[in-house]
Write a protein that binds this ligand. Structure first.
Ligand code: PA5
Length: 446
């Protein structure tokens, strides 16, 4: 199992003002209430991600197995929850597993980025996967139309075999396109929100394509769900971490830094960034009172950002909670040769493994943060594998919903994203947005 060490989130001689361990018992009722709310939501079939460890992956595996061998590249077109999980998994495992197939994720509307991807792939050997739960997201739809047009022109005979679509089972414009054109399709379940959907077809199809063991991902998720099923906080990392982050938010620590000491896990921190920000950043509570809560997630990379951010983290405003991530065993490692045994400046490094230096620096940052009175926790992965990634994903999804319950907000919606979407529709001339277009004119004069 991945390890979660929260001891440095609690008060100790360096952080006397931190949350005290024996004060946690006072929140037992609040924790039980949040847990009960989650149970009710699960009964009401709202939190579908809890059920994903039992998801039957046979159709995905069959589809991948039947794909023509020529396809060695997949390009995902999606954004937010329909892209970040794919990137997190692929970038975590592409080197660990030495994956032979490539994945590109076009999750923007930047024309240069599209050009970069199109220049890097061989269209003949590429399959496209359009992922959008709503089937209407402007960014994804723009990419879909450009790519489909290219495919239709270049491969008039078999363009249908070169694009798959992952969207709602019934609703949305793309489902109609699928029916009309007979594209192969996959499903974003109704009861799983976009940013909680990495363990559905959204993340599993591309992961299976590149050669990951998707059943191991789900197995890991199931193990973590089991571990996070009781009310004893010491045994439940999602609830403990959620409660501690909640308590720090109440003390004004409104920034959560996730700092993996592993390049492979950097995009995991990006996935977490969306999950934590979009789920908890809310203006209204459940009773419609304005509360403006949330914790700004920041991603940092160890050791790289030790030479960029750690000065601020240790001596700047004490408004952050830190999560360091560490990998115990790396698939690839290098010994540092003792090239200058007579020079004390570098001879101490000679004979050590790079991973040893990396993990020593991770521990050193933990010490530096603690000595500076900054609360931190440590997530340790025995190695980077599907199983441990599945565990980490499930832990953070449960933690996010649980923290949302503690904050008394709805962690599953994102009303704040709508205003930008509506303005984009108006600016781009979509029908039915005349009133908004008029309003935009007044903005131009500001
Ligand atoms: O978490 C969410 O719901 C959002 O981030 C969505 O994933 C994102 O807006 C993309 O939406 P869609 O999948 O409908 O294109």
């Amino acid at each position: 199992m991945i390890e979660y060490n929260y001891r440095k989130l609690l008060a100790n001689k360096y952080i006397p003002k931190a949350i005290e361990a024996d004060k946690l018992d006072a929140y037992a009722d609040k924790v039980a209430e949040a847990d009960n709310d989650i149970a009710l939501d699960r009964q009401a079939n709202i939190l579908g991600f809890y059920g994903l460890p039992e998801y039957d992956t046979s159709r995905i595996k069959y589809f991948i197995q039947k794909l023509p061998e020529k396809f060695d590249t997949m390009v995902v077109l999606g954004i937010g929850g329909s892209a970040l999980g794919n990137k997190a998994l692929y970038n975590a495992l592409k080197t660990e597993r030495e994956l032979k197939k490539r994945l590109f994720v076009y999750d923007n509307v930047d024309p240069v980025f599209l050009h970069e991807i199109l220049s890097a792939i061989d269209l003949e050997r590429t399959i496209f996967n359009v992922i959008t739960k709503s089937g209407t997201t402007a960014e994804t739809m723009a990419g879909y139309m450009i790519l489909m047009d290219i495919l239709k022109r270049k491969f008039p005979e078999d363009y249908r075999q070169r694009m798959i679509i992952t969207t709602d089972r019934e609703k949305g414009f793309l489902r109609q396109v699928i029916q009309k054109e007979a594209y192969e399709s996959f499903i974003v379940p109704d009861n799983v929100g976009g940013r909680f959907s990495v363990l559905t077809d959204v993340g599993l199809v591309s992961s299976a394509f590149v050669g990951m063991d998707i059943d191991a991902l789900l197995l890991g998720a199931g193990q973590m769900r089991q571990r996070c099923s009781g009310l004893d906080l010491k045994e439940n990392p999602a609830y403990m971490n959620g409660l501690l982050h909640y308590l720090y938010m109440r003390e004004g620590k409104n920034i959560s830094v996730m700092m993996p000491y592993s390049n492979s896990l950097y995009d995991f921190a990006d996935w977490y960034r969306q999950l934590w920000a979009e789920s908890l950043g809310k203006r209204y509570d459940r009773k419609n009172r304005q509360i403006y809560v949330g914790q700004t997630p920041v991603k940092a990379l160890g050791t790289t950002d030790q030479h960029s951010q750690v000065q601020l983290y240790t001596e700047g405003p004490n408004d952050k909670v830190f999560t360091l991530m560490q990998v115990q065993r790396f698939q690839h490692d290098y010994q540092i040769p003792n090239l200058h045994p007579e020079r004390e400046e570098v001879s101490y490094l000679g004979g050590k493994m790079l991973s040893e230096l990396l993990n020593a620096e991770c521990f050193a940052t933990e010490i530096a943060l603690t000595k500076a009175g900054r609360p931190s926790c440590m997530i340790s992965l025995p190695e980077i594998s599907e199983r441990y990634l599945g565990q980490a994903i499930m832990m953070y999804e449960i933690q996010t919903v649980f923290t949302g319950k503690l904050l008394n907000i709805n962690p599953l919606d994102q009303p704040g994203v709508e205003a930008g979407k509506i303005a984009t529709y108006a600016l781009m001339g979509k029908q039915g947005f005349d009133k908004e277009r008029e309003e935009i004119e007044t903005f131009k004069k500001l």
